[in-house]
Every structure is written in structure tokens, then in C-alpha cells.
Write a protein that binds this ligand. Structure first.
Ligand code: AHR
Length: 510
């Protein structure tokens, strides 16, 4: 009964007149422009061996009482399949620079127990290793992205891993893979040469890392080999980008890591739930900082690589809050705020689709801004999951030029635009529009002038919730999930969208 009531409230929100809008914004979209392809990989994910990110979150083993497909949780696999996860980065993260791939092959009972140096020195059974990762990527239809161990590994070890995985020959390594149960080689789409080599990956300077990048790239890039991902800057470390771009002909992708902390302070990040309006707004101010970072790193990349051959991959991004007492490593709750943060980041990545050609949310299950949380046999799709789901049609679409005029919201000493708009033309010709209303209290009226798509029939979806920290809880009806949105109307040649406070709307015009 309660569940039915909740759904009725949400549907009512979607179709009944919103109270008089306080926010008035407008945007012009050129749907006739050629546009820039949005690489599907921008909607990628990251799973690290830490906390319950993989063990219990993805992998429970074939003998588990939790329903599974060859050891992978059935509920999680099915939820991920609906997201069309384009690429999955593994095994880390900091873990990657401690990981020795030979520990994770062969009969599981014989694999060594190792210690997870960065994440509580937890004992790792290595039950989820190379075969389990590549089979999982196949199951969910994702491209593969291995981070190889530079910090405590060797170029030889990395070369052998690539050969073990991808060789169709009769080399001893290819035969070992066959003996371990996989006849056909897999494909490695991307190989990261280390993770955060400026931190947990070895505390190197850019000048110290660059020669390692060149050596490892030489041995990892084999004939039909993966695209090489260089360790890139942390947040606004522009000097790192300057130095590494001197070797731009030796790699294909430069990584960028940036996390959204409401306070911007690692010693006191902010709470995942129970926050106030000021903290909500501060979170948006922090997350929007990535746009300037992308622009400045891109400008540096343009100097060395004006043809934009090297992609920028934000291969770790998302919110990072203080962990609740007793939670497993880096586990945090996920609320409506996270969904709006995710959508804001999607918009930013799409605005820079020419250079940002991959992004991987941290992380897939039970760690940081997870689309999925599990608790024993139970699973919830978080608000972030639904943001990803609503934006699936943007994968592979062409980003269109958008000019937004929005009032600003005061966020501490700074400000953030209340309204953000993105648009794209899908492969089927439909015009897609995403709108975020980041005002936590006020509904908004957004007038869209869409050149080349005026008057087209509209369908829409809305994601919102009653509170800033509305969330989906185990064993209860969902508080936050997409509902049909019908408050977009053509008026005098413009599309007027009337949307609730703290909401995301995705429209399709065809
Ligand atoms: O995603 C959690 C950690 O954050 C990763 O292991 C590391 O790369 C980053 O600092």
C-alpha cells in the first residue's frame, strides 16, 4: 500500500501543474549542427577489488545461495545489462599497482591469499581474477580496460598478462590460458599504464613516470593491442599534463581523476545523507569544478596534439563522502543529490565530447558513488543508477551546441547555475535533451529554442524525489526512479519545460 502511494505521488509530480516556477531559464539548441560523437565509453564504469565492490557485490561464487550466473550475482548482472555498460575498468585503482595477475588464474582453491595493501590489508582470495573479469565483461557486454601494475610490477609481467589474455598462438602463456579453461583469446580494449603513479602508484613526479610509461607502453601495446592509457593528472595538476604530453605519441588516452567532496576537504568530506541546503549547493559547486579542469587540461593537450588524437578519460569520478561508522571500505549511501551530480557530469563530458572520450564512475557496486548497492541477497538500484539509465540514449549520439541562460544559486562564496542543459542527436535522428534543475527548493520553467526540431512530438522522463537525500532502501519501495514526464509543451515556437525542484528531465523529440 505504501509503495503504491509513493508511486502515485511521483506520477502526480510528473503530470500535475508544478507550483509557480521561481527559476526561469532558457537555452538555444542547434539541432541542424553536425555535432560531435559522444563516445559511449563516457558512460563507463570502474570496479576495484576493495570493500564489497567485487566480492559480494559482483562475485558470490557458483556455490552461493544468492542466485548467480557462474558465480556472478544474477540481480547485478541483469541491472547492469540494462545500462549497456560500455567499458569496465579493473582491477584498480590503487589496488592495480599491487596486483600480480598470476595470483588470480588457475583453480580457485589453489590461488594464493594476498593482502590488499591499500584497503585495510584485507585478505584477498583472488577468486575474482583474469578469467572472472573478462567473462564478466563479456556477460554485461562491456569493453575491457585493464590497469597494469607499474608501481610494484614489471614491464615483463605486464607484457605476459597481455599475451596470456590476447594471444591466439601456441605460446606457453596462451596454452596456459587454454589449460585454465579459455580457448579463444579475449580482447583488451584499453590498458592503463599504472593508476595514480603520483600517489599510491609510487609517488612519482611526472618526469619520473614518463620513462616508465614509454617502457611499459612498448611492451603492452602488442600487434592488435589495447589503446594505451597514461596516468594523467590529479584534478588541477596542469604541470603533470604538460610533462606527460611531451610523450603524446606513445599513448592514446590521458587519464584524469577528480572526486566531488561537498567540503572540498579530504579530512572532513561531508555526509552522504542528512545534509542541508548549503551542503547540497556546495556539492554542485565542487562537481562543476571539473569543467574548468577539462578545459585547461584540453588546452595543454591541444598544444602538443592539435588533431586531438589523444583522448582525455575521466577514469575516476564521482562523489566521495565520509563513511558511515562500521561501513565496509568506501561504502556510502546514494541519494537524489548523487543522481543530479551524475547528470551534471554527463552534461559536462558531452560539452567536451571532442576530447573527453571515456569516463568511469567510481565505482560500479558498493563503493563510492555506486549505481548499485547490495546487502546480502538484496540489491537496490540507486538514484545514480537511474541517471545512467535515463542517459543511455546519449551513448554514441552526436552532441549538439547548446547555449544556456540560467540564474545562479549562491553556493558559499561562489555560485552555480540552477539549470544545466545538454542536447544530442541520436543515431536514429531523434533529438535528445537532458535538463538538470539543481535548485533544491524551486521548480523551474525552461524555454528551449530548438533550431531544426520545432514542433516535434515529445516524450519524457523525470527523476526527482521528496527530499534532497531521497534514496532507495533495502526491502522498501523505491523512492527515486524515473517516471513519465508530460510537462513539456510547444508555445510560440519554443518548448516550455516546467520541472520540479531538484530534478532531472530527459526529453526525446522525434
Ligand atoms: O576509487 C577509490 C580510489 O580512489 C582508487 O583506488 C584510487 O585510484 C583513487 O584515489
Amino acid at each position: 500500500m505504501r509503495a503504491v502511494l509513493r508511486i502515485m505521488v511521483l506520477v502526480a509530480l510528473a503530470v500535475s501543474p508544478a507550483s509557480a516556477a521561481e527559476i526561469h531559464a532558457s537555452a538555444s539548441i542547434n539541432a541542424k549542427a553536425a555535432g560531435v560523437r559522444i563516445a559511449p565509453e563516457v558512460y563507463g564504469q570502474f570496479a576495484e577489488q576493495l570493500g564489497e565492490g567485487i566480492t559480494n557485490g559482483i562475485w558470490v561464487g557458483e556455490d552461493s545461495s544468492i542466485p548467480n550466473i557462474h558465480g556472478y550475482r544474477r540481480d547485478v548482472v541483469e541491472a547492469l545489462q540494462a545500462l549497456h555498460v560500455p567499458v569496465l575498468r579493473w582491477p584498480g585503482g590503487c589496488y592495480a599497482d599491487t596486483y600480480h595477475w598470476r595470483d588470480g588464474i588457475g583453480p580457485r582453491a589453489k590461488r594464493p591469499v594476498t593482502l590488499n595493501r591499500w584497503w585495510g590489508n584485507n585478505e584477498e582470495s583472488n577468486a575474482f581474477g583474469t578469467h572472472e573479469y573478462f567473462d564478466f565483461a563479456e556477460l554485461i557486454g562491456a569493453k575491457t580496460f585493464l590497469s597494469v601494475n607499474v608501481g610494484s610490477g614489471t614491464a615483463g609481467e605486464a607484457k605476459d598478462w597481455v599475451e596470456y589474455v590476447t594471444s591466439d598462438s601456441h605460446s606457453a602463456l596462451a596454452q596456459l590460458r587454454r589449460a585454465n579453461g579459455r580457448e579463444k583469446p579475449w580482447r583488451i580494449d584499453y590498458a592503463g599504464i599504472g593508476n595514480e603513479s603520483w600517489g599510491c602508484g609510487g609517488n612519482l613526479t611526472a618526469a619520473q613516470y614518463a620513462p616508465l610509461l614509454r617502457v611499459f607502453a612498448t611492451f603492452v601495446r602488442q600487434d592488435t593491442g589495447p589503446k594505451i592509457v597514461s596516468v594523467g593528472p590529479s584534478a588541477d595538476d596542469y604541470a603533470w599534463t604538460e610533462e606527460i604530453m611531451k610523450s603524446h605519441d606513445k599513448f592514446d588516452v590521458l587519464s584524469l581523476h577528480y572526486y566531488t567532496l561537498p567540503s572540498g576537504d579530504w579530512s572532513h568530506k561531508g555526509a552522504a545523507t542528512g545534509f542541508d541546503k548549503a551542503e547540497w549547493l556546495a556539492t554542485f559547486a565542487q562537481t562543476r569544478r571539473i569543467e574548468e579542469m577539462i578545459e585547461r587540461h584540453s588546452a595543454i593537450m591541444d598544444k602538443a596534439d592539435p588533431e586531438k588524437k589523444v583522448a582525455l578519460a575521466v577514469d575516476e569520478w564521482g562523489t566521495w563522502y565520509d563513511s558511515a561508522p562500521g561501513a565496509t571500505a568506501l561504502r556510502q549511501d546514494n541519494t537524489l543529490r548523487d543522481a543530479l551530480v551524475a547528470a551534471t557530469n554527463f552534461h559536462i563530458f558531452q560539452r567536451h565530447a571532442d576530447r573527453v572520450r571515456m569516463a568511469n564512475i567510481a565505482q560500479m557496486v558498493n563503493v563510492l558513488q555506486s549505481p548499485i548497492l547490495t546487502d546480502g541477497a538484496r540489491m537496490v538500484r540507486t538514484p545514480t543508477y537511474y541517471a545512467f539509465l535515463m542517459y543511455v540514449p546519449f551513448q554514441g549520439a552526436s552532441a549538439l551546441p547548446v547555449d544556456v541562460q540560467s540564474p545562479s544559486l549562491q553556493a558559499g562564496k561562489g555560485s552555480v547555475p540552477a539549470i544545466d542543459v545538454t542536447a544530442a542527436r541520436g543515431e536514429d535522428g531523434a533529438v535528445l535533451v537532458g535538463i538538470v534543475n539543481a535548485d533544491p527548493a524551486e521548480p523551474a520553467e525552461v524555454d528551449l529554442a530548438i533550431e531544426g526540431a520545432g514542433g516535434k512530438p515529445i516524450s519524457g522522463q523525470l527523476l526527482t524525489g521528496p527530499a534532497m537525500d531521497s534514496r532507495n532502501r533495502f526491502g522498501a519501495a523505491e523512492e527515486v526512479h524515473p517516471v513519465v514526464f508530460q510537462r513539456a509543451r510547444w508555445r510560440e515556437g519554443k518548448l516550455r519545460v516546467t520541472m520540479p525542484a531538484k530534478s532531472i528531465v530527459v526529453l526525446t523529440l522525434r
